[in-house]
Design a protein around this ligand. Structure first.
Ligand SMILES: Nc1ncnc2c1ncn2[C@@H]1O[C@H](COP(=O)(O)OP(=O)(O)O)[C@@H](O)[C@H]1O
Ligand SMILES: [Mg+2]
Length: 248
């Protein structure tokens, strides 16, 4: 792996809540256009890891670099940094009192300082990208879970992020609605977006990821190309976990 196309570098991230060590010295790099999937039992620190990367949580130790520049404890520049990291949560986190269009527009107006017309055009473009231009005037309560999640993906994309973080983007959805969301994510991967995805959708992770990291007890127990983790995992724990979810 060359280092020049590294976008994101995570070095020795550690975080405890009380006496519980939730992340133990996590390190990895992400290349431009790479999709890295994180799998593993719940409670192993996957969400905490993503939150430390975009500084929603301040890690106890360790560093995060974007384009070689350290962003941990970014201080006054934190909002500038966050604007470059798109985050998609399990529960969408849309504003209920705003339409789909407004949900996508709002950060363009407030954070990017775009003019109304320009913001609207960009928001409509992003809604079109996730197949929801015709739902622009709907409120979140009038959307299906799959549509709401696609709006939140459009909202993240509208900021033109360098990296997208997905935290179990389909686990709050009814099974028949996961496909439309996974399709949007797959298309992003194919178009060269750099992404970290926490997911229990094993088959999806196997088909989309360049590398899969199996997390357990706050560490990356094992990592490698999807086929290696599927066919010849080094650890029995990885085999058990991957096997269980592959059947879903
Ligand atoms: N804000 C918090 N305060 C205290 N404990 C937390 C907090 N966030 C997460 N935890 C704990 O840290 C552990 C890892 O959580 P999390 O990162 O959400 O795991 P995962 O996403 O892999 O399910 C869990 O035991 C969880 O209860
Ligand atoms: Mg989680």
């Amino acid at each position: 792996m060359t280092t020049d196309d590294t976008i994101l570098r995570v070095e020795g991230l550690a975080k405890s809540f009380g006496t519980t060590e939730v992340l133990k010295e996590i390190s990895f790099t992400v290349r431009k256009g790479e999709t890295k999937a994180f799998i593993g039992p719940s409670g192993t620190g996957k969400s905490t890891l993503l939150r430390c990367i975009n500084q929603l949580i301040v890690p106890d130790r360790g560093r995060v670099y974007l384009h070689g520049e350290e962003v941990t404890h970014a201080g006054a520049k934190i909002n500038q940094y966050r604007a470059k990291i798109g985050m998609v949560f399990q529960n969408f986190n849309l504003f209920d009192h705003l339409t789909a269009l407004r949900n996508v527009e709002i950060a363009l107006l407030k954070v990017k300082g775009m003019k109304e017309g320009e913001a609207r055009e960009k928001a409509l473009f992003e809604l079109r990208r996730v197949g929801l231009e015709d739902r622009a005037d709907h409120y979140p309560a009038q959307l299906s879970g799959g549509q709401a999640q696609r709006v939140s993906i459009a909202r993240a994309l509208a900021m033109d992020p360098d990296v997208m973080l997905f935290d179990e983007p389909t686990s709050a959805l009814d099974p028949e609605l996961t496909g439309e969301v996974l399709e949007v994510i797959r298309e992003l991967a194919q178009n060269g977006m750099t992404m970290l995805i926490v997911t229990h959708e094993m088959r999806f992770a196997l088909s989309i990821a360049d590398e899969i990291c199996f997390m357990e007890h706050g560490t990356i127990l094992e990592r490698g190309p999807p086929a290696d983790l599927r066919d010849s995992p080094a650890f029995e724990r990885t085999r058990q976990f991957a096997g269980r979810f592959a059947e879903l």
